[in-house]
Design a protein around this ligand. Structure first.
Ligand SMILES: Cc1cc2nc3c(=O)[nH]c(=O)nc-3n(C[C@H](O)[C@H](O)[C@H](O)COP(=O)(O)OP(=O)(O)OC[C@H]3O[C@@H](n4cnc5c(N)ncnc54)[C@H](O)[C@@H]3O)c2cc1C
Length: 391
């Protein structure tokens, strides 16, 4: 199969690889730190990630797909795909919610004052954003969210609780959905806010995941005052603002590029440790399957990106890529454990560790929950992709 990349895209790939080689620590160090898995537990890791993102910004790559009028690079979908692919393969810390959806939403719905205040600080990696959607009783059914925002003079007053807030402990600003009309049908009473995370009345409590990492948090709001000028878009239309398909690269290529790197590391170990393979012959077939899955999944991601490049809006196609990539990453982690046997359980820092798999294995469990669960993705594929009636 041949993909008709634009003529300069492969030259750009080489440029990205050169940048990575010059700016990131050696591969073993990158894998150990696990930044690609979204680790920003503490100030040191945060400073490292922000330092790297400032370098991307200086090069015009942080917001490379944004329109030029907003400080972006106006890059094509295929160029963005190649960039995401190379960064994920290298385990580079490129995730940034401000770039992914806050900025694009402001471009669509923000006031001129909001754009002037926030967009340059997003494109220069001056501010770090977290996303305040999920609540204890509102995840897949996000429109059930209960956190209240009540107008009081020039402000709104927020009360309630959010949960699973990635990076909330380090964020400067929160991108938040709250209920402004409790009497309206649930999709029609939600409004989007930008909240300064240092506001009085906000309490951020850590949630430590089973890999012992502090990635996400609970966030409590007690009479938090937010100026009405920080409402984004129309009051009570927040659901529709949130649901808008943002036309930026969302192919899911990162899972496949990261998966390719993981499979290569396992294969390299299996080649040099004959005893490991001899003890578990079935792992040969598992590694072959994982290798095929990485390749097939990469084409799912390319399909999404090429649709976007042609001006189409991928829907169930993006769900298929997300679903397959997240379940594949769990299978790769399991194959690694099968290969290493009991040694796979050794944690980072152990002198007997052959490969740093334990943390990634535990971390992979969340891939099929974050950003929409597998059941939700299958529902989208069944109804919108296959045209099946709702169950
Ligand atoms: C690593 C990670 C990072 C996250 N970061 C953030 C963040 O920064 N900000 C944020 O707001 N949220 C974040 N989340 C939350 C995430 O969006 C939710 O966990 C997710 O949407 C699922 O919601 P839930 O946990 O409430 O599960 P529920 O919605 O309660 O689901 C429980 C189970 O029921 C199933 N289910 C639910 N509805 C249906 C249905 N209609 N059909 C079939 N099955 C169904 C689900 O698939 C799941 O198996 C994060 C989650 C993870 C794991």
């Amino acid at each position: 199969m041949r993909f008709n990349h634009e003529s300069d895209v492969e030259a750009f790939r080489a440029e990205v690889r050169g940048f990575i080689a010059a700016e990131l620590p050696p591969e073993e160090e990158r894998a150990r730190r696990g930044y690609e898995r979204g680790f920003r537990d503490n100030q040191e890791e945060y400073d490292y990630v922000m330092g790297f993102q400032k370098k991307l910004s200086a090069r015009g790559w942080l917001a490379m797909a944004w329109p030029r009028e907003y400080g972006g690079g106006g890059a094509s979908h295929m160029r963005q795909l190649v960039y995401n692919e190379e960064m994920a393969y290298a385990g580079a810390p490129v995730g940034n919610m401000g770039i992914a959806w806050v900025g694009p939403s402001l471009m669509l719905y923000g006031t001129d004052a909001q754009k002037t205040q926030f967009i340059p600080r997003i494109t220069s990696a001056a501010d770090w954003w977290c996303t305040l959607y999920s609540e204890p009783s509102a995840g897949s059914d996000l429109a059930a969210l209960q956190t209240r925002a009540v107008r009081d003079g020039d402000d709104y007053v927020l009360n309630g609780q959010k949960i699973w807030t990635s990076g909330g402990h380090l964020a400067d600003w929160g991108w938040m959905a709250a209920r402004t009309d409790p009497d309206a049908p649930k999709h029609k009473g939600i409004t989007m806010f930008m909240v300064n995370m240092k506001s009085p009345g906000i309490t951020v409590r850590p949630l430590i995941n089973m890999a012992s990492r502090h990635g996400f948090n609970e966030v409590f709001f007690e009479d938090v005052r937010v100026p009405a000028t920080q409402v984004v878009g129309e009051v009570n239309r927040g659901w529709y603002h949130m649901a808008v398909a943002l036309d930026f690269e969302r192919s899911g290529i990162a899972a496949y590029a990261g998966g390719r790197k993981s499979v290569e590391r396992l294969v390299a170990l299996a080649r040099t440790s004959a005893a490991l393979l001899a003890a578990r012959a079935s792992v040969r077939h598992e590694l072959a399957d994982r290798s095929i899955e990485v390749q097939a999944g990469t084409f799912l991601a390319y399909r999404v990106a090429t649709m976007q490049a042609r001006g189409l809006v991928p829907n169930h196609e993006a769900s298929a890529s997300k679903l397959f990539g997240s379940e594949m990453s769990q299978r790769i982690a399991s194959t690694g454990m099968h290969l290493l046997g009991m040694a796979g359980q050794l944690r980072d820092g152990s002198p007997a560790q052959l490969l740093d798999l334990a943390s990634g294995y535990l971390q992979a469990a969340s891939a099929t929950i974050a950003a929409g669960t597998s059941e939700i993705q299958r529902g989208i594929i069944a109804t919108r992709g296959l045209g099946l009636p709702r169950g």
